[in-house]
Design a binder for this molecule. Structure first.
Ligand SMILES: CC(C)(COP(=O)(O)OP(=O)(O)OC[C@H]1O[C@@H](n2cnc3c(N)ncnc32)[C@H](O)[C@@H]1OP(=O)(O)O)[C@@H](O)C(=O)NCCC(=O)NCCS
Length: 146
């Protein structure tokens, strides 16, 4: 599987929004994505296939020495090719350039693929946020790297 990782062009937010609603039961709306995109603290990367379709994305939010991975997703048809790993590595490198030393994220307790992905990238569990997610209600595991 050939793919490319790059900063997400603004016009690809529609494709991201489509993927969001295909993948997540509690998806971000287009407006929420747009407002996050326009926030100077946010960094969006995308993965594109050889036809230049957006097939994955990651959203990072940086605040001085700390950064949070707010979202990452890959189209079901192209999973297990290392795309999420490449997206998160790109986000971490960008965060480090902006001065981030520690990276945080939350993940649904039942999301074993994502937990395994994050652990491979050096994230460790640091706590639980009870009933953090809606639709369905579920605890979040908080993870940290660095
Ligand atoms: C989680 C997700 C982003 C992984 O994307 P991906 O491109 O398939 O991930 P990668 O190919 O980089 O996988 C890296 C590692 O993650 C783990 N992993 C990924 N998918 C997995 C699965 N279905 N089951 C178990 N482990 C999995 C494996 O350890 C994998 O390494 P390996 O392939 O060498 O075994 C993707 O499944 C997805 O979009 N899921 C829905 C959205 C989501 O849950 N996002 C996270 C929200 S917190």
């Amino acid at each position: 599987m050939e793919y490319r990782i790059e900063l997400l062009p603004r016009e690809e937010l529609t494709a991201v929004s489509r993927l969001e609603s295909e993948i997540f039961t509690d998806a971000w709306s287009y407006d929420a994505l747009l407002s996050s995109y326009d926030n100077p603290c946010s960094v969006f990367f995308r993965a594109s296939d050889i036809d230049n379709n957006t097939v994955g994305y990651v959203v990072l939010y940086c605040m001085y020495e700390e950064a949070e991975i707010l979202n990452v997703a890959v189209s079901p048809a192209v999973r297990r090719f290392g795309i999420a790993t490449a997206l998160i590595r790109a986000a971490i490198a960008a965060g480090e350039k902006l001065g981030a030393k520690a990276f945080f994220l939350e993940v649904r307790e039942s999301n074993l693929p994502a937990k395994s992905l994050y652990e491979k990238l050096g994230f460790v569990p640091i706590g639980i946020r009870k009933r953090y997610y809606s639709n369905p209600v579920e605890n979040a595991i908080e993870m940290r790297r660095g």
